[in-house]
Design a protein around this ligand. Structure first.
Ligand SMILES: Nc1ncnc2c1ncn2[C@@H]1O[C@H](COP(=O)(O)OP(=O)(O)OP(=O)(O)O)[C@@H](O)[C@H]1O
Ligand SMILES: [Mg+2]
Length: 276
């Protein structure tokens, strides 16, 4: 991404604010933050994150738009405006009784995002096919799932790919979506079931009380999403098995047995062979 003419070097005063799976975030003293990526993150992923955040924001999706690339001490980085507020995850911990309201808002933002065309982003169908093919499922399951995926309708909607409570921030201006590195052009139902999986089986606490809450929150999100979009339950059912199978390639190991039950149920529902 070219740097805009008003760009100037990041300030020397940097305050550490957060650490994610792919990067560390530092607040500068001028209203910006610098996201410095780990070495394991590819250049392509960094470029995609910046481009998708700009595209989303320019299309009216509430997103922190990249200001420019800025590398520091050999580490690759992106500058963003500093969002004032907490992630939705932290906000819900402090406001548990308002969780239902917040999840409904999050679902409405998700369906509004899906009304936007993805521009030049990569194809989600291709990403899913690659992840299934390089994942650990037996070849017979992979082949049936890829044939099923190929028969599903292609769409060019803006999909986030990592739409979870840690990637939505609660600011005085409303909810803002961050972390666009997994964005793609695809079918809204694929992104909606991915969000359901992140809520139920994604990184984070997985004690039984939290799991009950997670399952409830996923149901609430789905309900609100279906109410605010033209997508049907049937479409979610058709995309669920392929998105879940693709996730097996990179998934962290929490709630593994429930996730496998969920995956097999989704495969069965779509008439596909199941995992042993
Ligand atoms: N523009 C911003 N302003 C203020 N804080 C931010 C901003 N962007 C990110 N953060 C903080 O940094 C954290 C990590 O950011 P981000 O999700 O972009 O990193 P990541 O390493 O890609 O995350 P993940 O663990 O989801 O891969 C966020 O949860 C949030 O607390
Ligand atoms: Mg994140």
């Amino acid at each position: 991404m070219d740097l805009p003419p008003h760009f100037h070097a990041a300030s020397k005063t940097m305050r550490f604010i957060a650490r994610g799976a792919s990067a560390e975030l530092f607040a500068l003293d001028d209203g910006r933050v610098l996201k410095l990526f780990r070495e394991s993150v590819s250049d392509e992923m960094i470029a995609r994150e910046a481009a998708a955040s700009l595209h989303a924001s320019s299309c009216g999706v509430p997103a922190a738009a990249a200001i420019g690339r800025h590398d520091l001490d050999g580490r690759r980085g992106i500058l963003y405006p500093h969002l004032d507020g907490a992630t939705m995850m932290d906000w819900i911990r402090c406001n548990p009784l308002r969780a239902g309201w917040a999840l409904d808002q999050m679902a409405a933002i998700h369906s509004a995002m899906h009304a936007v065309s993805a521009g030049s982003l990569r194809s989600l169908k291709q990403v899913l096919a690659t992840d299934i093919a390089y994942g650990p499922a037996p070849i017979v399951v992979q082949q049936a799932a890829i044939a099923h995926l190929e028969a599903l309708p292609d769409e060019d909607r803006l999909t986030h790919g990592d739409f979870h409570l840690g990637n939505v921030m609660m600011t005085p201006q409303g909810m803002m979506v961050i972390d666009w590195s997994k964005a793609a052009a695809g079918h809204p139902a694929a992104d909606a079931v991915r969000c359901e999986m992140l809520m139920r089986f994604g990184i984070g606490p997985s004690d039984w009380v939290t799991n009950l809450w997670r399952d409830w929150a996923a149901l609430r999100l789905n309900k609100a999403y279906l109410a605010s979009s033209a997508i049907t339950r049937r479409e979610l059912d058709m995309w669920r098995p392929v998105v879940a199978l693709a996730w097996l390639r990179a998934r962290n190991a929490s709630r593994t047995s429930s996730f496998l039950r969920y995956l097999n149920k989704a495969l069965r529902q779509a008439g596909l062979p199941t995992l042993p």
